[in-house]
Each structure stands twice: as structure tokens, then as C-alpha cells.
Design a protein around this ligand. Structure first.
Ligand SMILES: [Zn+2]
Length: 345
């Protein structure tokens, strides 16, 4: 096995200690660099104006704006792997007082949306991959290269699934992307090896069991994951507890493991992927959950709000029936996400 493919230890639940040991350096590191001044005021005002106009014209939706001082979920990409959807692919940021702190997935097109959001990549402490399909990961090297033009100095922690026979581990994906040759972009390898202004620090999260895994804890952020079934692909759902809010991301999954309700229990927001309609069968149903499963999970977990994302041609235009199927099971608010929408817990 060459250096590019050498695997570091995996974060796993087994026995508890490996998790704590793996996380400790993260905890120590993250006790720095908080409370930067937000550069977002003009953008916030612009977004507020847009939201106001939409509301006044009657086409407004339930999305909040990003100007709140508290925790905000912002959707960078509400689409899937379709060029013609008019949406960036899956990616989300969690902001506190406007400052981006955690990113979940880095799908293609999301980098452009990130720029439009007015957030700064320098303040992202951790990037969480639900899995490594193209529509969740392809902009990763773009973010790293773009950070060359920023003043970032803090390490960037990248967490995602461990490998199976079909897919690389997250550490392998990162190293094969920006590690030394023969990676895809060896000219970015200083971000892994320490020659740049900051380092990218990847780690793998075990996907062998079906238990909740405490992955990292720092500042007022707690990151937890649980394996979910996404066909043959290693996949995680993520929970971010940040300050007094909790936001859960299903990622792509079909519900077969029945693990998500435990992770999402009592969460303020559940971001669920609405990639297939109710009648989906075969490969599509093996990869994704239909509306009835989304509704069952939201009810079981008693989440405060359901945000539907990863919208594709298979489900676009079918929102009324999707909403109805979910409402038969879950009585809370349901919102269909658009790129750059913001949601306050
Ligand atoms: Zn996807």
C-alpha cells in the first residue's frame, strides 16, 4: 500500500476510549479563535430586503434570514447530482451570529453559493461528509484552493465515513485529492503536510456498527454521527449540537437501518433528503427514503422542524403530495429548501 492510501485510525464507538482518544487533539485545538467580527452586514441587509420583497409579493416561503445573532442553518445546495436542476448539490453551513462554523458536505456548485452567502471559509472549524458521492464532495478541493486567498490559520478538521470495498475512506479521499503525488492535486499537498498557513486534518468515522458515535466536541459544538443505509455506500447522518440548538442531517439514506430517529431525537431541525417519490423502487429506493419514511422518522424523533433538500426532477413539482404524505405522519412544520435559504432553530 503506498503512502497516499495508508489509513490512519478510525473513530469508532467500540469501548468508548478510542473515540475519546481520537477526539482529544480536536478538543485541545479548537479552544482558539472565536468571536471574529462578522463581515456580513451588507449581505444580511440585502438578503433581508429580498426576503421582505418575496413576502410582500406573496411568493415568500418559510425561510428565515441569516441576520440573527443565534444559530442559523443555511442551505448552500438544495439539489442532487443533476446539472439541469438549477441547484447546487448538497451542502450546508451552520452559522452563529452570522459566522460559519460547521459545514456539512461540499457538493458541486456549493462553493459558488458559499461566496454568495457572504460567509467566510476561514471560520469553518469542521467539514462533515455524509458520504463521498460526487454530489456531496466534488467542491472539496475548490474550497481548499480558495482558502489560499484567505487569512485562515486554524486547522480544518474533516470527518466522514470509513471505507468499504466500493468506496475510499474519508482520509483516503482527502489524501488522494490534495495529498502529495500521485494525488489529483499534489500542488495543494502543503495543506496536508504543514507547509501552508493551516492544515487539513482528516479522520474516518466507523460505519461498521449501527450505534451513535460521539465524534468530536469543541467550543460549544458537539458532533455526533450514526451509520445510515445508502445502498452499498458507506454513509453517515450527522448531528450538530451548537450552543443551544441541534441540527441533524440525514444525508442520503433509505431508512433501512432505522438509526436516524435515535440521532435526531428532539432536534430543532432535521434536514432530510427528498430525492425520490413515494412509488420509487429498485436502485432508487435502495438509496433513498420516500416521503412516508421521512414523515415516520420526523414523528419518531419529535423534531421541531423538517427541511426537505436534495431535491431532484423525480420529486420537484410533486411537493403537494410529498407534503401530504409527510403530514399524515408528522404534524410539525415542513419546508422545501432552496439554495441559500436560512432556517433558525
Ligand atoms: Zn446525493
Amino acid at each position: 500500500m503506498n503512502d497516499v492510501l495508508r489509513r490512519p485510525p478510525t473513530i469508532a464507538r467500540k469501548g468508548g476510549d478510542p473515540v475519546r482518544d481520537a477526539v482529544r487533539p480536536v478538543v485541545e485545538h479548537h479552544e482558539t479563535a472565536r468571536d471574529r467580527a462578522s463581515p456580513l452586514r451588507p449581505v444580511r441587509l440585502f438578503r433581508f430586503a429580498i426576503v421582505s420583497v418575496l413576502l410582500m409579493t406573496g411568493t415568500g416561503r418559510a425561510a428565515d434570514d441569516c441576520s440573527g445573532e443565534g444559530v442559523t442553518l443555511q442551505v448552500l445546495g438544495s439539489g442532487g447530482p443533476e446539472v439541469y436542476s438549477g441547484r447546487a448539490a448538497a451542502s450546508y453551513i451552520i452559522r452563529v451570529g452570522g459566522e460559519a462554523r460547521v459545514m456539512v458536505d461540499a457538493g458541486p456548485g456549493s462553493g459558488f453559493r458559499f461566496g454568495q452567502s457572504g460567509a467566510k471559509f476561514d471560520t469553518i472549524r469542521a467539514l462533515l461528509f455524509t458520504h463521498l458521492h460526487v454530489d456531496h464532495s466534488a467542491d472539496f478541493p475548490f474550497y481548499i484552493k480558495s482558502s489560499f486567498f484567505s487569512p485562515r490559520t486554524d486547522r480544518l478538521f474533516v470527518y466522514g465515513p470509513a471505507a468499504n470495498r466500493l468506496m475510499p475512506a474519508t482520509t483516503e479521499f482527502v489524501t488522494a485529492s490534495i495529498g502529495p503525488a500521485p494525488s489529483v492535486y499534489p500542488y495543494l499537498s502543503d495543506y496536508l503536510e504543514g507547509g501552508e498557513s493551516y492544515r487539513v486534518v482528516p479522520a474516518d468515522v466507523d460505519i461498521a456498527g449501527r450505534e451513535l458515535i460521539s465524534v468530536a466536541e469543541f467550543d460549544e459544538i458537539r458532533l455526533s454521527a450514526i451509520p445510515v443505509h445508502h445502498g452499498p455506500v458507506p454513509a453517515l447522518a450527522w448531528r450538530v449540537d451548537i450552543e443551544d440548538a441541534s441540527i441533524v442531517f440525514s444525508g442520503d439514506m433509505n431508512g433501512d437501518y432505522r438509526t436516524l430517529p435515535e440521532l435526531a431525537k428532539g432536534a430543532d431541525i432535521l434536514v432530510a433528503h427528498n430525492a425520490v417519490p413515494e412509488e420509487a423502487t429498485g436502485v432508487a429506493r435502495n438509496l433513498h427514503m420516500p416521503p412516508s419514511v421521512i414523515g415516520d422518522i420526523a414523528r419518531q424523533a419529535r423534531v421541531g422542524k423538517l427541511v426537505l433538500s436534495h431535491r431532484m426532477h423525480r420529486t420537484l413539482g410533486r411537493e403537494p403530495e410529498t407534503r401530504e404524505l409527510i403530514a399524515e405522519r408528522y404534524k410539525g412544520p415542513v419546508v422545501f429548501a432552496e439554495d441559500l435559504d436560512c432556517f433558525n432553530p
